[in-house]
Design a protein. Sequence first.
Length: 174
Amino acid sequence: MNRFGQQFLRPALAVLACTLVLGSCALDEESDLRNMLSGYLALGDTRYFASDSTCTAAVFTLRSPTASSRIARATSMDEALRLLGNGRAVLFDLPGQSPNAISEQVMSSNLARGLGLLSNAVGAASRCADDALGRHFYRILTTPEARMIFDPSGSAIILISPIDRAAVFLRGNV
């Protein structure tokens, strides 16, 4: 190969290598995510997992629909907002209220926090979830029996569906 070819080929290969490495970076690895969530939930099999550089969407079977006592529980919106303000992950324990109704209350109490919650969920769902998961997510989001965990420091929400014995995890960074 002549000198001109080498001068052209090396930078082109470097750009191609960087593109492949950066394009394949995932926001989460399944094993790391399972490890983190196992502190809150008794996980079974992975039903769905997708992660790219801007989002993660995952669904796990739950061996038990009850969250661990290691997660902070909020039985009122004031308590939830205080815990979230301290950067803690919170399980909203507000029976009879769907995760959607809870997110609306968060927005009306603290717009920035509510928008953060919604953008993490909706953004990740639209970028990393297939259509079937999107419909599943919406159904759980609007079900009063479902529970929601919001982790402001991890930019994630977890919807717990006791009916489906499933946890839906969504994280976005955009």
